[in-house]
Design a binder for this molecule. Sequence first.
Ligand code: GN1
Ligand code: MG
Length: 339
Amino acid sequence: MDEIIRTFGLDPSRFVAQPISSGHIHKTYKLTGSPSFVLQRVNKNVFVQPEVIAENLRQASSYLRRTHPDYRFLTAIENSRGKTLSYDDEGYPWRLFPFIENTVALDQVTTEKEAYSAASAFGTLTQYLDGIDILLFEPTIPQFHDLSYRYGQFEEAIENSIPERKKEAKEAVQICMEFGWLVKHYQSFIREGILTERITHNDTKINNVLLDASSRQAVCVIDLDTLMPGYFIYDIGDMIRTFVSPVSEEEKDVNKIGFRNEIYEALVEGYLFGLGDHLTLEERKLIPFSGQMMTYIMALRMLSDFLVGDKYYHTAYPQQNLVRARNQLRLLEILSATF
Ligand code: GN1
Ligand code: MG
């Protein structure tokens, strides 16, 4: 890691590195010093073209600098060669960010204010990028939130599953199949052309927004790897998925999962405020669907990964992806009973 730190013109002996973040994809470290930084090793199996992320972010950042110069858009720091990615001997790209002091990233929402403020920050990002030519962006992960595609991957995972895992996951697999009607609904909304493509964040879970440690107002959104063309249902849906329950997707006791209506209302209000007056009436009607769809897509992805042996998400124990999938399926049942 020292070699990488040096590529950014920094002296490694002036920092203490500690792993941080509950992310499932990259390896992230805080470099404590004055000032402090965040150093991240990009998962090259997930982002096979990391340069695409860097280029998308360059486009977004130059547009925002022109149109909203005061907006706080987190950008990676350039290395001594003027690039934001430094490669190590194993071919992993690393990048460096400023550490933003006096902020917190939450794993669960506790108050309506947090929900409103975080949701409004994600909405604002899309609103401020309204007007940029979306063709300037390349998908960093193709068909990332395409529910039909993810369902297809789930079917393939069943075919290729490890036999003991298939047995263990039997009930979860069954429930996923029973919710297959969500795929049909998704396909029909796309077919009918109800949804407009916008630049969306695509990973709007609550810990991807930094809140001021005392006021709990959003300071900036982070984890911009999947900033690319998408539908608003992906962003608001992922917020519903991660904000409304009092426990996170890692919770093993599914009885603790629930739906907090006041948090739901606050996040919807905050998101619509941040987004401005952009949604059509028909799009607005899809808000309840969005929460179900995004919870479902995560259940499918986590369960597929469990079936084939944890190839995608980092796991700390053997059943973790199954635990996550069961958690999401419970939330999905609650959401379907609510709307
Ligand atoms: C991953 O990077 P991280 O951990 O915030 C995943 C998201 C999932 C999320 C589930 C590139 O996000 O799609 O919603 O895990 N990101 C990627 O917690 O697959
Ligand atoms: Mg992410």
